[in-house]
Design a protein around this ligand. Sequence first.
Ligand SMILES: [Zn+2]
Length: 128
Amino acid sequence: MDSRSRPKRTASSRFIVLVAGDLLGIAAATLSPHPVGAAEWPAAYIRALPDEAFAVIEGTPEGVRLRRLPHHDRTGALDLPHLRSALARWHQVRWRDPAAAAAAREHLEEHSARLRAVGRPRGAGGTD
Ligand SMILES: [Zn+2]
């Protein structure tokens, strides 16, 4: 298959499907110097992360803990692709508690503000 010989309509309808399917993933990838795959941790890895790796932890009346928006790796270092991804995905989370949503947003934006204040970090995992 030679995609270059295809008419433009095929390409644009493909684009629309892609956008509808994973708009925020693409947005996160666009901001990230890493490919999309680098901004995804396996579920098992996320489960093993300490609570501090998450923006906020919500509780349900049933006693289930919902750890939201992981963005620190297991060493506790800030992970830039995941910070960007967490900011992009904040709107997608089905928050139970508006206060938790606000706290998560504040936490993530504080990281962003600090990074901007310090300037561009040299490495993706750069913390001090
Ligand atoms: Zn954090």
